[in-house]
Design a protein around this ligand. Structure first.
Ligand SMILES: [Zn+2]
Ligand SMILES: [Zn+2]
Length: 344
């Protein structure tokens, strides 16, 4: 089968022929129809998040079940499906309580194993990790729901717990951030979007953010968020993953507010310091968010199916497998706002 492969960190990935994936007991092999190009893929390609080389990236997948391993009961050949980027083992205490996103024995297509920048991808423990798609949802849109939208959904709804009329600050308006803007609006929150890119802010505005803040001067941006929200946001999200934005997010909160760290802080950013004086004095919550388990997808897919959430405006570019490597490498520089999805 054809797949996008890189042999060394930072080397532009190329399309080549690789063996088809096997289908262990409990697993399925999915014929990939669409897969998103995500900053997490870029982190793996740059070596910030080490992977075994040579490597096939890709984790925001949608497609049709092609082969089914022994023991799988919930999906069949031909089903239209997606899977979270964190696949749980299916048997530990976290998986059995619906929290596969923190499974200690997790498998991540495109990170701990071959990913979905390929014609086929294996998803283990299918009964735990595979989600059937609503009929009306196309593969490109379903791929767009993959890690970034699902992650934003869980960050804003489950962790942020925003309610109608509350202020949500979204720092960093890439794929996760723009998704968070959309989810916040769908839940009735008022949204402040913060980014260095005028184009990203413009798109955040189109998706419903009512206050747009230039992040090039971060202390000024924090002041602007605090004044626009009458004393600070109820919930603030670092959707990019940078020590400066994480700090700015905490500083943007009103008393008893909640900071949700969604963007990855890897390598030398792993020990990011936050203003803990404010965390204590203002009783702030600092919450990490790591994707979303398959068990929580139906609630999100229901909102999508009912038209309350629409991932389509997030997709700004659809490309072919041959262009995927270059699209990944292009993430070295800020690109156009919105999501790039590979159609296969
Ligand atoms: Zn598990
Ligand atoms: Zn992703």
């Amino acid at each position: 089968m054809r797949a996008v492969v890189f042999d060394a960190y930072g080397q532009v990935p190329e399309v080549r022929s690789v063996p088809e994936p096997g289908c262990p007991d409990g697993a399925v092999v999915v014929a990939v129809r669409a897969t998103g190009v995500c900053r997490s893929d870029w982190h793996a390609w740059r070596g910030h998040d080490p992977v075994a080389l040579p490597h096939v990236p890709g984790h925001e997948l949608a497609g049709e079940v092609l082969r089914v391993g022994a023991g799988v009961t919930t999906v069949a050949v031909g089903d239209r499906v997606t899977a979270p980027f964190v696949c749980g083992c299916g048997i530990c205490e976290f998986c059995t309580s619906g929290d596969a996103q923190v499974c200690p024995d997790q498998y991540q297509p495109g990170f701990t194993g071959p990913g979905s920048f390929a014609e086929q991808v294996m998803v283990p423990a299918a009964d735990t990790n595979v989600v059937r798609l609503p009929e009306r949802l196309g593969f490109v849109e379903a791929a767009a729901l993959g890690c970034r939208f699902a992650t934003a959904f869980r960050a804003v709804q489950a962790h942020g717990r925003v309610s109608e009329g509350q202020w949500l600050a979204v720092l960093g308006c890439g794929g996760v951030g723009l998704s968070a803007v959309m989810v916040g609006r769908a839940l009735g929150a008022r949204v402040v979007a913060v980014d260095v890119s005028p184009a990203a802010l413009e798109q955040a505005g189109r998706l419903g953010a009512e206050v747009l803040v230039d992040a090039r001067d971060l202390p000024a941006a924090v002041s602007r968020v605090r004044s626009a929200t009458g004393g600070g946001a109820h919930v603030s999200i670092d959707a990019l993953g940078s020590p400066a934005l994480a700090t700015a997010s905490v500083r943007s909160l009103r008393r008893r507010g909640r900071h949700v760290q969604v963007g990855l802080l890897l390598g030398e950013d792993a020990a990011t310091a936050l203003p803990m004086d404010l965390v204590v004095a203002h009783e702030l919550e600092v919450i990490g968010s790591h994707g979303m388990a398959a068990a929580d997808y139906p609630a999100m897919l229901d909102l999508v199916d009912r038209g309350v959430l629409d991932p389509r405006p997030l997709v700004s570019r659809v490309i072919g497998l041959d262009e995927a490597g270059a699209a990944l490498a292009a993430m070295d520089r800020p690109g156009p706002p919105g999501l790039t999805v590979v159609e296969i």
